[in-house]
Design a protein around this ligand. Structure first.
Ligand code: PMP
Length: 356
């Protein structure tokens, strides 16, 4: 039984039915007499799991036939480099809207020419640039964005127009939280440890024509080689992929991504309503860019923030401390956080303010 609501930014809460099912199948996966962890990745049993996870992801995200799915290790961080290694030929545009898009740009700059199409550090990353603020190079190899900014709590509320230049996005902290028109992207990548499963797995969804073979690249780091080997050029993170399959079954049972969006919108509104009505808690995020996944706030007083985090933990609301680079508090409310957890946190915040 769970004893806390875990607001961690990732690794984060998993849906309870997923954990229960994984526990039930732990020792004997559906009559095979072994755990999924013990199966050869080349076995018939594991291949059936692997192919069905890919099919589920394709179905749930509506991934068109033009795009393929890869499972890769190294987290989202390796994708900062892999994207550039594979796609950066002449010059790439990066939009900086927070810590991780900044890191992605830095990694790419080691490998080739990058341009910064916008850098929202100038406003403390409190908002996303508008289309007209993007200084895009029409001949860039790709434009890179980060859909949801885990640390600053902002999110793109539109898909930027790039004039045919492939759009690459880091969707680590929002994938599976709402429907996405995959056809608008050249490449989507995400570390699994927020909305998809355990850490150790990154999912890449890419337009097949962007995976151009390059013999100069190490095989593991080549999208073309990974596609050719169906993510099996070495041992993939087999158990993480299986858990992603259970998460996808759960998303489907819940009603798919349309349902997740409604549910996540309602959950986030509970917290933003508290912030809007509060004279104690503040959110610096522009209302048009508020994240549904990471709600960032503070009292403006570091000691009081600390008191809030401690008292919240004592009441069963854990991991609410904000990222070390911004301080304050952050409630990460990914798909698996139940409405009840958010309602109770909202009530705790109101009670804390009354007593402060
Ligand atoms: N991008 C985003 C948006 C993230 O939130 C994170 C991790 N919190 C990363 C990238 C880095 O992911 P990983 O640890 O899987 O490399």
């Amino acid at each position: 039984m769970r004893t806390v609501y875990n607001f961690s930014a990732g690794p984060a809460m998993m849906p309870e039915p997923v954990l229960t099912r994984a526990a039930e199948e732990m020792l004997d996966y559906r009559g095979t007499g072994m755990s999924v962890m013990e199966m050869s990745h080349r076995s018939k049993q594991y291949d059936a799991i692997f192919q069905s996870v890919k099919a589920s992801l394709r179905e749930i995200m509506g991934i068109p036939q033009t795009h393929q799915i890869l499972f890769i290790q190294g987290g989202a961080t390796l994708q900062f480099s892999m994207v550039a290694m594979n796609l950066l030929k002449t010059s790439a545009d990066y939009v900086i809207t927070g810590e991780f898009s900044g890191k992605a740009a830095k990694e790419a700059a080691r490998l080739g020419k990058t341009r910064i199409a916008a850098d929202m550090a100038s406003c403390g990353h409190t908002r996303i640039p508008s289309q007209s603020e993007l200084d895009l190079d029409p001949s860039a190899d790709y434009v890179h964005i980060c859909t949801n900014n885990t640390i600053f709590g902002t999110t793109w509320n539109y898909v930027p127009q790039t004039g045919g230049v492939p759009l690459v996005t880091d969707m680590s902290s929002s994938i599976l939280s709402e429907p996405v028109d995959v056809s608008k992207y050249g490449l989507i990548y995400a570390g699994a440890q927020k909305n998809m499963g355990p850490a150790g797995l990154a999912v890449v969804i890419l337009r097949e024509d962007l995976a151009v073979p390059n013999p100069a690249l190490p095989g593991y780091l080549s999208y073309a080689a990974q596609l050719k080997g169906d993510s099996m050029i070495n041992t993939p993170p087999t158990y993480g992929i299986y858990l992603l399959g259970l998460v996808l079954d759960w998303v489907r049972d819940m009603g798919g991504l349309e349902h997740m969006k409604r549910y996540n919108t309602q959950k986030a509104a509970l917290l933003y309503d508290v912030l809007d009505a509060s004279s104690l808690f503040k959110s610096g995020v522009d209302k048009s860019c508020r994240s549904m996944m990471n709600v960032v706030f503070s009292t403006g007083d570091a000691e009081l923030d600390d008191k809030f985090v401690k008292e919240a933990a004592a009441s069963g609301f854990v991991t609410l401390k904000g990222h070390r680079s911004v301080g304050g508090m952050r409630a990460s409310i990914y798909n698996a956080m139940p409405m009840e957890g958010v309602e109770k946190l909202a009530q705790f915040m109101r009670d804390f303010e009354r007593k402060a």
